[in-house]
Design a protein around this ligand. Structure first.
Ligand code: SF4
Length: 329
């Protein structure tokens, strides 16, 4: 199967007052149609910058230094800004964490969907307005014709996120980038939005890149998972394989520090396991493996050279000398 999106050795850098910072550093990953790929990691690990790089929406002090982002055979980095604008919102949809910052506060939500439909699908206004009501119904908004006339502030957080999904889906994207789509929502609404996304993903056979810090969300939604740490992918595998047999000490730490990991989350005295230390500053990365300062298994070897991501079992890649030694030996 050829991938819908193939990212090869992507490096996104930022010039700052404190020097050059590599927010995404040598990331390679492929996304297939009909598959949800979860990208997980703590905040600051580069997962949002990865999504913004795909969309070519990185902040002005950043740039893509090396790599290729090939979508359906075309390197997105070779497109003009006008061509890229056409891709965004049509072939590639996006949903962000806080819909209030993405929605226009002074435009009725129905109009916002209609604008996108007119721009990307070329429908006349009346048809685009009908389509916006149909989309609001599809994402489960009650009384969609009345809701289409609402402004974003008149809707709840869950309804606003449904509107964002309606906007993203209105052009039938082949790829959906969803960055912490449910983080701002309460648990019940979160579950409803994830169910809605799963349903639309299957119906439209979309590729989805689901970016989250929440392993519970990934376990529920993703077919494959990439774990990021300090700008790099440190482990990548099918979701079931990753949760059953995590190889990288960081992945193991993330899984063990999940509420409910030991089935005792509700017990009064239970203390969750945590990963010691904090994510290193991208300005001052440790020598060798970036996780070495927090890793129980760190040895001198780990501090000499940075381990590369290698396939150590079928479709299971990890960047850790513990497993690379096993291949060699
Ligand atoms: Fe730990 Fe070494 Fe593996 Fe890094 S390479 S994760 S420090 S064992």
């Amino acid at each position: 199967m050829s991938a819908l999106l193939e990212i090869d050795n992507l490096q996104t850098v930022f010039s700052t007052g404190r020097g050059m910072l590599r927010a995404v550093d040598g990331v390679s990953i492929a996304l297939n149609a009909g598959e949800v790929t979860g990208v997980v990691g703590e905040s600051g690990c580069g997962k949002t910058m990865l999504a913004l790089s795909i969309l070519r929406l990185i902040p002005p002090n950043g740039r893509i230094q090396t790599g290729r982002i090939v979508f359906e055979g075309t390197d997105l980095l070779s497109l003009t800004e006008a061509e890229m604008r056409q891709k965004r919102g049509s072939d590639i949809g996006m949903i962000f964490q806080e819909p209030m910052t993405s929605l226009n506060p002074v435009l009725r939500v129905g109009e916002q969907i209609a604008e996108v439909v007119m721009l990307h699908r070329g429908l006349p206004r009346k048809q685009a307005q009908d389509e916006s009501v149909r989309m609001l119904a599809e994402v489960g908004l009650p009384d969609p014709s009345r809701r289409a006339a609402d402004y974003p502030h008149q809707l709840s957080g869950g309804m606003r996120q449904r509107v964002m999904i309606a906007i993203a889906m209105s052009c039938h994207p082949k790829l959906l980038l969803a960055d912490e789509p449910t983080t701002a929502l309460d648990v019940t609404v979160q579950a409803q939005i994830l169910d809605l996304m799963a349903q639309l993903q299957k119906k439209n056979d979309m590729a989805v890149m689901l970016i989250t810090h929440d392993l519970g969300v990934v376990a529920r939604m993703a077919h494959r998972v990439a774990v990021m740490y300090a700008g790099r992918i440190v482990e990548m595998a099918a979701a079931a394989d990753l949760f059953e047999n995590p190889l990288h000490p960081y992945t193991k730490g993330l899984i063990e520090s999940r509420p409910g990991a030991c089935g005792k989350a509700t017990s009064g005295n239970f203390k969750l396991k945590t990963i010691p230390g904090t994510v290193p500053s991208l300005y001052a990365l440790p020598e060798g493996c970036r996780f070495s300062d927090r890793c129980d298994y760190a040895s001198e070897t780990c501090r000499h050279a940075e381990p590369s991501l290698e396939e150590v079992r079928t479709n299971h890649c990890v960047a850790c000398v513990l497993h690379q030694k096993k291949i060699a030996g």
